[in-house]
Design a protein around this ligand. Structure first.
Ligand SMILES: [Fe+2]
Ligand SMILES: [Fe+2]
Length: 197
């Protein structure tokens, strides 16, 4: 059971350090993550906390985010180290440990990989990755399709999301973090096997 006081203190921190828009996004991602946790029989408290805190570092100045990345014991590839929009995931995973003493690896990894994904993602990690893409405040072109996939199958939704992400990076001539390519390959093989059945 979640400690209401503790959750309240996390929300207070987010309210003080995030824009109203991003604070609402965090609340929405937490709510979506709980819905997915119920659907897929995952730990709803961990999903709630990871969803709530996933963007905790997003509005920290880039230099501070990078300093978290550079001092982190977490695995971060060189490509990711050169892409500032990705820093907040590693920085966030470090911040929740430093600020709140959260030591749960499921929560730490779900926040750390919510931007780039990885192979061998846990259910919680997949849920946070997808909840971030389909929360009620999202309104990009294919969001309805992504929402449908997310409630059909986590793996199918991860495959579709990564296919889009990798394809988009290639189209724009951007580099792709190693863990994203590994995640794509894994979910792609899963999808191929399904098609064979
Ligand atoms: Fe994020
Ligand atoms: Fe987010």
């Amino acid at each position: 059971m979640l400690d209401k006081k503790l959750v309240g203190s996390y929300k207070d921190y987010l309210k003080k350090n995030l824009s109203k828009k991003r604070y609402n996004h965090s609340i929405n991602v937490a709510a979506e993550a709980v819905k997915l946790a119920d659907k897929y029989d995952a730990d709803r408290d961990k999903c709630y906390l990871a969803g709530l805190l996933h963007d905790i570092a997003k509005e920290l100045d880039t230099q501070s985010q990078l300093s978290f990345v550079n001092n982190s014991q977490l695995d971060v590839c060189e490509i990711e180290k050169k892409s500032s929009p990705l820093y907040h995931a590693v920085a966030g995973a470090e911040m929740i440990q430093d600020l709140f003493g959260i030591k749960d690896n499921e929560i730490i990894r779900a926040i750390r990989y919510h931007t780039v994904a990885r192979a061998q993602m846990s259910k919680t990690e997949q849920i946070i990755y997808l909840a971030d893409l389909i929360s009620v405040d999202r309104d990009y072109k294919d969001v309805k399709r992504m929402r449908k996939y997310a409630y059909q199958s986590l793996e199918k939704a991860m495959y579709e999301a990564l296919k889009f992400s990798v394809g988009d990076s290639v189209k724009k001539g951007n580099t792709i973090p190693v863990s994203t390519v590994e995640a794509y390959n894994e979910f792609c093989s899963y999808e191929k096997d399904l098609r064979k059945e």
